[in-house]
Design a protein around this ligand. Structure first.
Ligand SMILES: Cc1ncc(C[n+]2csc(CCOP(=O)(O)OP(=O)(O)O)c2C)c(N)n1
Length: 269
C-alpha cells in the first residue's frame, strides 16, 4: 500500500502554515505504516486538540478527534475494546505534556500498547503561541513577552521516570532518522513514546526573530545532536541542544496482556 492511500483527499489541503513541520512528521508515520504493510482497517488514530492533533482528520481510516489533553484515555478505551488494532495517538507538547501530562505518565507506567507521537513545536500553536512545558527558559512567547521565567522539562527524561519501554526523539529536519525511529516504534510491543521536534514558524519562530520559515526550519539542524555521537561531542557543545535517537527499547508484558489474562482466569472460576 502506498503512503498516500492513507490520506483522505477530500479534506486536503491541511490547515498547517507554510514551513510547519507537522506534514513531514505525518509523512514519516504514513510511510512507516505503508512500509510495514499495515492495512487501513487495522489502524485507529486518536488525537486531542491542537494543530498536530488535526492529523487524524486528514486520514481515510478510523479515528477519534477527542478533547484537549484526553487522547490517551480515549486510546486506552479503544485499545481494550480492539486489542488487535494498532492504536496510534497524535498529540502536541501542550496537549500531551501540559493538560494531558498526567495521562501520559500513567499510560507509560501501565505499558498499554499504544503508539504515541508527540509533535513538540515548543508552543501552543493552534491558540496563538502561548508558552508550553517544553518552551525553553527566557524565550519570548505570546504569554511571556519579557521571556519565559519558569523552566521547561525534557519529555524523554519524564518518560524514563514513568518507565516507558520505548522512548525516542526525532526531528523533522532529520527525516531518514525519523522514519527509522517511527517504524521501530510501530513494531514495538507496548507503550511507545516518540517526540517529534517540529518548527512552528508562525507563532514561535517569528517571536524568536525568524521572519523566514525556511531559516527557522534549518535552525533545527543546530538545535540537536545524534545520540550515537554523544560521547564524541564536548559537554559545552551539547548545552542548550537536545539529543535525537532511541533512548530505550525494552519489551515487557503489556497492560492488556495482563488484563485479559485476569479476565480469562476469572471465567474459569
Ligand atoms: C479544555 C481545553 N482547554 C484549552 C483549550 C484551548 N486549546 C486548544 S489547542 C491548545 C494548545 C495546543 O497546543 P499543542 O498541544 O502544543 O498543539 P499545537 O497546536 O502546537 O500542535 C489549547 C490550549 C481547549 N480546546 N480545551
Amino acid at each position: 500500500m502506498n503512503w498516500k492511500d492513507y490520506l483522505d483527499y477530500s479534506k486536503l489541503p491541511t490547515i498547517f502554515c507554510p514551513g510547519c513541520g507537522i506534514g513531514i512528521g505525518l509523512r514519516a508515520i504514513l510511510q512507516s505504516l505503508s512500509d510495514l504493510n499495515i492495512k487501513k482497517e487495522d489502524i485507529i488514530f486518536v488525537s486531542g486538540i491542537g494543530c498536530s492533533s488535526r492529523i487524524p482528520g486528514y486520514l481515510d481510516l478510523d479515528s477519534l478527534h477527542t478533547l484537549h489533553g484526553r487522547a490517551i484515555p480515549f486510546a486506552t478505551g479503544v485499545k481494550l475494546s480492539y486489542p488487535e488494532k494498532n492504536v496510534i495517538v497524535i498529540t502536541g507538547d501542550g496537549d500531551g505534556l501540559s493538560i494531558g501530562g498526567n495521562h501520559m505518565i500513567h499510560a507509560a507506567r501501565r505499558n498499554i500498547n499504544i503508539k504515541t507521537f508527540l509533535f513538540n513545536n515548543m508552543t501552543y500553536g493552534m491558540t496563538g503561541g502561548q508558552a508550553s512545558p517544553t518552551t525553553p527558559l527566557n524565550k519570548i512567547t505570546s504569554t511571556t513577552p519579557y521571556g519565559k521565567y519558569d523552566s521547561n522539562f525534557d519529555s524523554v527524561e519524564l518518560l524514563k521516570g514513568a518507565n516507558a519501554g520505548f522512548i525516542a526523539r526525532g526531528s523533522v529536519y532529520h527525516y531518514n532518522m525519523l522514519l527509522k525511529i517511527v517504524k521501530q516504534s510501530i513494531t514495538y510491543k507496548g507503550f511507545s513514546f516518540v517526540e517529534i521536534l517540529s518548527p512552528c514558524p508562525t507563532y514561535y519562530g517569528r517571536l524568536q526573530g525568524f521572519e523566514d520559515p525556511a531559516k527557522f526550519f534549518v535552525k533545527q539542524k543546530d538545535f540537536v545532536y545524534s545520540l550515537d555521537q554523544k560521547d564524541r561531542i564536548k559537554e559545552e557543545e551539547k548545552k542548550d541542544k537536545l539529543p535525537i535517537g532511541i533512548f530505550k527499547n525494552e519489551e515487557s508484558e503489556t497492560f492488556e496482556e495482563i488484563y485479559f489474562k485476569i479476565v480469562e482466569g476469572l471465567k474459569t472460576k
